[in-house]
Design a protein around this ligand. Structure first.
Ligand code: FAD
Length: 329
């Protein structure tokens, strides 16, 4: 691990002032410290943001919820308003990591966690995300956990978060602060596809800090499902996950949200497919149509082609469970 300086500011403005070009913010440290130990990240400075006043969950004037960037994943998952209005988010968070990790992991850090691609972590191998221009070891290598949608010739890594899949389905907004002021980024625009800049995971500028994530009032609490398919029943990242929310008018679909995890460089959503479900009967046939449309253009690699069919079945199952209301309290 490289030598680094350490500071612990009390205010967001101080934190922004203190951050140098080669420095990094640290929150729970559950991802950044691992990356530092593996020499994947070599910051010269750590700005510890844990004393900043970003650890509240508050109701918004619009009737939604504002979750401070430092609120721990476990606090979010067990917050009464999240359990009541956004159980999809609670289920997604509790499907991830372990209790100990969720107690440390912050909301902002979860959004910015890096891929679990083996080649990204192994500094002895090429990786365009870690070292632009060095190549992609996964393209012709061990690519079982990799992307089937939205990948590029430069990078086939996936975003590993569970929480972010639910936040995508719920159409959250990310609030950020930087030297030139505050701005809000719709969740769909927060993470990026790799294209020819796979080293950039998000549209957050390097000198900006996440201050909060805001949820709109609509939570799909009656008809939702978070389905995570993985190699072990716990403590494993998703091969494929589906966050599904439905509003039903009798036996037909009034509104639908579907976001996929484990399949792309960002949570994968297609609003056109969701719109096409409106007015359709809440039946397996409709869900199959949606799954086929969502996976149109999916391309697998030597070891992960199975993910296309896995995702198709997972979408149908998640929508069926959501419609049946099996998870509602
Ligand atoms: C063994 C293991 C298993 C895991 N399993 C899962 C899983 O199944 N599902 C899942 O979703 N996750 C999983 N995780 C990932 C875990 O959820 C993340 O490591 C965690 O959410 C990161 O949050 P943190 O606060 O610890 O971030 P840190 O490690 O502190 O920071 C991560 C990155 O975010 C930046 N950062 C942090 N906060 C801010 C902010 N407010 N503004 C700007 N930049 C910021 C840091 O500079 C750093 O680059 C697992 C992790 C481990 C170690």
């Amino acid at each position: 691990m490289n030598r680094f300086s350490y500071s612990k500011p009390q205010q967001v403005s101080e934190a922004l002032q203190q951050l140098s070009d080669t420095g990094r913010f640290i929150a729970g440290g559950t991802n950044l410290l691992d990356l530092m130990k593996e020499n994947v990240a070599r910051p010269s400075q750590l700005v510890d943001i844990n004393a900043l006043p970003l650890n509240k969950i508050e109701t918004t004037q619009a009737g939604g919820l504002r979750i401070g960037a430092l609120v721990k994943n476990s606090t979010v998952a067990y917050h009464p308003d999240v359990e009541r209005v956004y159980p999809l988010l609670a289920h997604a968070i509790l499907a991830g990591a372990s209790a100990q990790l969720r107690n440390m992991a912050s909301t902002g850090g979860n959004l910015l966690q890096r891929t679990r691609c083996y080649y990204f972590y192994d500094v002895g191998t090429p990786c365009n995300k870690r070292e632009p221009g060095s190549g992609c070891g996964a393209l012709e290598g061990q690519n079982r956990i990799h992307a089937i949608l939205g990948h590029s010739e430069q990078c086939i890594a996936v975003h590993p978060s569970d929480m972010c899949v639910a936040l995508a389905a719920l159409e959250a907004t990310v609030h950020v602060s930087g030297p030139s002021g505050n701005r809000s980024i719709p969740f769909a625009d927060f993470h990026r596809l790799p294209g020819d800049t796979p080293h950039l995971d998000t549209n957050l500028a390097p000198d900006e800090i996440i201050t909060a994530v805001e949820l709109p009032p609509r939570g799909f609490a009656e008809n939702f499902a978070y389905l995570k398919l993985r190699d072990r029943a716990s403590y494993a990242f998703a091969l494929v996950s589906v966050a599904a929310g439905l509003e039903l008018n009798g036996t037909s679909i009034g509104a639908a949200r579907i976001a996929l995890g484990g399949v792309a460089h960002k949570p994968w959503r297609c609003p056109e497919v969701e719109a096409a479900l409106i007015g359709k009967p809440a039946t397996e046939e409709s869900y199959r149509m949606a799954a086929d449309a969502l996976l149109q253009g999916a391309v697998g690699f030597e070891h992960n082609r199975f993910k296309i069919e896995l995702a198709r079945r997972a979408i149908v199952r998640a929508l069926s469970e959501a419609a049946a209301g099996v998870n509602a309290q």
